[in-house]
Design a protein around this ligand. Structure first.
Ligand code: PLP
Length: 335
């Protein structure tokens, strides 16, 4: 079976398993786990932030950020297809107690400074006030679009001019960095906090990073504990994350394979496939996506339905060039 459902399906490498086995550990709630400390220092270094916090998942990282930046009853500005709004079980309402106000970021999910100003609400006797702007890069639901640092900075600057902090959901930030051939820190410099996943294209078994200024990270550490994310000998899962941070360059391979996959699928009658920007391939299907996916599974390829006539395929570490060629042939048989 060629599993193209998500880049989260990757299995840890031998080096990661060895790192987990040999990791020096301690109780991380007491801040005594050297492997967690090392991962956090390394992540802060790569992201260009003062500090970083290891969290069990990207969802928890986003939710902790929203809760840490905002007060209950405020509004949170975000793109209408953003993960933090669409795919996190209404966590914004449940954990932060905020009201999302959504912005239409168009085909690529880019939020403009004009949209930030138009969506901003000043607190007064009737209006709650805007507590946070949340951006996403790469934008998952828009097909892994890699938004330039300048566009992130333009939206973030507009929010800052209004006194509103900015969180970046960078679950696949390193894919954006590789696509633009720019350091990840360039995308992070304009914002107040960033979340990035170690467990997607970088291949770690578990975990994400939430990073920002020291004071923010200390507050976030308390919120992480509140949400049940204070872990004990977490070095066992943090050590593979250190290995994962060294896998950033190899994401270019995933992007190259996504391009080849998209080109091959686009040649198939009944499918229409826009050029991917990173490792996510969006396929528009003439037949209902669910039926096409059933037939793909029977031919040995897995994807996920994204809409009634849209399928998402993801390239990742456990998919090689031969798998991509086989996947194109299998989907052609299925369609
Ligand atoms: C995957 C993803 C998350 C959540 O990460 P999990 O580790 O699966 O909780 C958040 N935001 C985006 C954009 C994602 O793609």
């Amino acid at each position: 079976m060629i599993d193209l459902r998500s880049d989260t399906v990757t299995r840890p490498s031998d080096a990661m398993r060895a790192a987990a086995r040999d990791a020096p550990v301690g109780d991380d709630v007491y801040r005594e786990d050297p492997s967690v400390e090392k991962l956090q220092e390394r992540a802060a270094d790569v992201l260009g932030t003062d500090a970083a916090l290891f969290v069990p998942s990207g969802t928890m990282g986003n939710q902790v950020a929203a809760r840490t930046h905002t007060e209950r009853g405020q509004e949170l500005l975000c793109e209408r297809e953003s993960h933090i709004y669409k795919w996190e079980l209404a966590g914004l309402a449940q954990h932060a107690g905020v009201q999302p106000r959504t912005i239409d970021g168009g085909d690529r999910g880019v939020v403009t400074p004009e949209q930030v100003r138009a969506g901003h609400v000043a607190a007064d006797g009737h209006r709650p006030g805007t507590g946070l702007l949340a951006l996403e890069n790469t934008h998952n639901s828009k097909g892994g679009t890699a938004i330039a640092p300048e566009a992130i900075a333009a939206a973030a600057d507009a929010a800052h001019d209004l006194g509103v902090p900015v969180h970046l959901d960078g679950a696949r930030l390193f894919n954006a960095a590789v696509a633009h051939d720019r350091p990840a820190a360039d995308f992070v410099a304009p914002v107040d906090s960033v979340m990035c996943c170690l467990s997607k294209g970088l291949g770690a078994p578990v975990g994400s990073i939430l990073a920002g200024e020291t004071e923010f990270v200390e507050d976030a550490r308390r919120v992480r504990k509140l949400m049940g994310g204070g872990m004990r000998q977490a070095g066992i899962v943090a050590a593979p994350g250190i290995e994962a941070l060294d896998n950033r360059k190899r994401l270019a391979e995933d992007h190259r394979r996504a391009e080849r996959l998209a080109a091959g699928l686009d040649d198939i009658e009944g499918l229409s496939v826009p050029d991917p920007e990173t490792n996510i391939v969006i396929v528009e299907t003439d037949r209902p996506a669910a039926a096409v996916l059933d037939d793909c599974e029977a031919e040995g390829v897995l994807g996920v339905p994204f809409d009634e006539h849209v399928i998402r395929f993801c390239t990742h570490w456990d998919v090689d060039d031969a798998d991509v060629e086989e996947a194109v042939a299998a989907v052609e048989r299925a369609v």
